[in-house]
Design a protein around this ligand. Structure first.
Ligand SMILES: Nc1ncnc2c1ncn2[C@@H]1O[C@H](COP(=O)(O)OP(=O)(O)O)[C@@H](O)[C@H]1O
Ligand SMILES: [Mg+2]
Length: 257
């Protein structure tokens, strides 16, 4: 597999809001080309962590590097072209066509590349039909809109994708399809991806590595196999117990029929 994504390194990174330690002296190394799931209860610091990597939020202290470069030394415009960012409420511009929504990053970057060609390529990549290019966002289903969000994030050919509960608002079947297809895209493009999810089952089948956050810190850092075997910290065990029990129920049910 060709890897185009960078490694990421955080060294004792903190961001506090008053008394709240959103991210608390967190250190982490992510290898180039990995697909990492970030899980944890609401308020555990997941979004703040992602936003410090693309400089939407500045850390109070600590160092963040993308590849060999300290993030603060990278021009924010360049950083945003190198990092695709997908968030839960998609944020498509309602008064712009799908094509223009996808191309907005190229437009902002002053990219002279033939935009229509690139949009066509991106629609293919996220498996949307070409005739969607001229539609308005409100004429798309939630799943289709989220595919447009992924296409937009990929437009500038970033190596790193930061995805904050990207498929959380979708029905389970659509979410499952998109999750599988995203994993295939990640592999095909050789990306480095960090995906925040509430859904432990999704994390278990999607990721190479699962980070469990609580109170601004990483409480468990494990492979899906480790997590399933139950050989992990208590905080992680509490999260993994639910999908494990659900799987056991389903297996028991299937034996009854
Ligand atoms: N801009 C902000 N101002 C004040 N508090 C914030 C801000 N952003 C996040 N927080 C707080 O930091 C903590 C972590 O938030 P967040 O990173 O959004 O968690 P998560 O994404 O895991 O739900 C929460 O207690 C949240 O209320
Ligand atoms: Mg969040």
């Amino acid at each position: 597999m060709r890897v185009s994504g960078p490694s990421i390194s955080l060294n004792k990174v903190s961001r506090h809001y008053g008394k709240v330690r959103a991210v608390d002296s967190l250190s982490l190394e992510i290898a180039a080309g990995s697909l990492v799931a970030l899980v944890g209860l609401s308020g555990s610091g997941k979004s703040t962590l992602l936003k410090m990597i693309n400089r939407l939020v500045e850390p109070d202290s600590g160092a963040i590097r993308i590849g060999d470069e300290p993030v603060e030394s990278i021009d924010p415009h360049i950083l945003r072209r190198r990092i695709g960012y997908v968030f839960q409420n998609i944020g498509l511009f309602p008064h712009m066509t799908v094509a223009r929504n996808i191309a907005i990053g190229l437009e902002l970057a002053g990219e002279n590349e033939a935009r229509a060609d690139r949009v066509a390529e991106l629609l293919d990549l996220v498996e949307l039909p070409q005739d969607m290019a001229s539609r308005m966002p409100e004429q798309l289903s939630g799943g289709q809109q989220q595919r447009v969000g992924v296409a937009r994030a990929l437009a500038t050919r970033p190596g790193l994708m930061l995805m904050d509960e990207p498929f959380g608002a979708l029905d389970p079947v659509t979410r499952d399809n998109l999750t599988y297809q995203y994993k295939a895209l990640h592999d095909k493009l050789g990306l480095t991806s960090i995906i925040v999810t509430h859904d432990m089952a999704e994390a278990l089948y999607l990721a190479d590595r699962i980070l469990v956050m609580k109170d601004g810190q990483i409480k468990a850092d494990a492979t899906p196999a480790d997590l399933l075997s139950g050989n992990v910290a208590e905080e992680a065990e509490a999260l993994v117990a639910i999908p494990r029990a659900q799987a056991a129920h389903l297996i028991a049910l299937s034996k009854l029929s």
